[in-house]
Write a protein that binds this ligand. Sequence first.
Ligand SMILES: N[C@@H](Cc1ccc(OP(=O)(O)O)cc1)C(=O)O
Length: 164
Amino acid sequence: MMNERMDPMRKILFVCTGNTCRSVMAEALFNHLLDQRNRKDIVVSSAGIYAFENDPASHEAIEVLKNEYGLDITSHRARVLDIDDIRSAWLILTMTEEHRRMILDVWPEAADKVFTIKDYAEIRDTGSGISDPFGGDYEVYRQCASEIENALMHIADKIFDNKD
Ligand SMILES: N[C@@H](Cc1ccc(OP(=O)(O)O)cc1)C(=O)O
């Protein structure tokens, strides 16, 4: 992986399919974690492999983040992953193995910085993916956010412990 001393702002990019549910929640939850730990050296963003540009976050994702975490994602607008994202990212965390493979099919040069979020968090439970909550109810989204949050806490510990 790129030596972080080359760029004081490390960019972490979360990727899902539509950039209206999982990666948006991951972006907001990780930003929240960074605020809590007073880390200003990491920039977070998100994108989707098949996003419809400018779609807002899904209603359920907005409600879950507001009610369960006090976070406002109403200003989010979906966007498609592009080459600039790939080049500028220090770390790219995908929701599923399929997302990871799709990225590497197009940009094999990114192999050393693309991981599924669960693999990078070293969580080995029921498979390596965060399932798509699209079309599910509030509880499905609440569980999805909680699964993402758990992975992100492991990732924050890993990044900060190893890189300080
Ligand atoms: N299934 C949607 C696209 C979509 C897929 C997944 C999805 O969830 P996420 O943002 O977590 O990838 C959002 C939107 C459609 O066909 O309109």
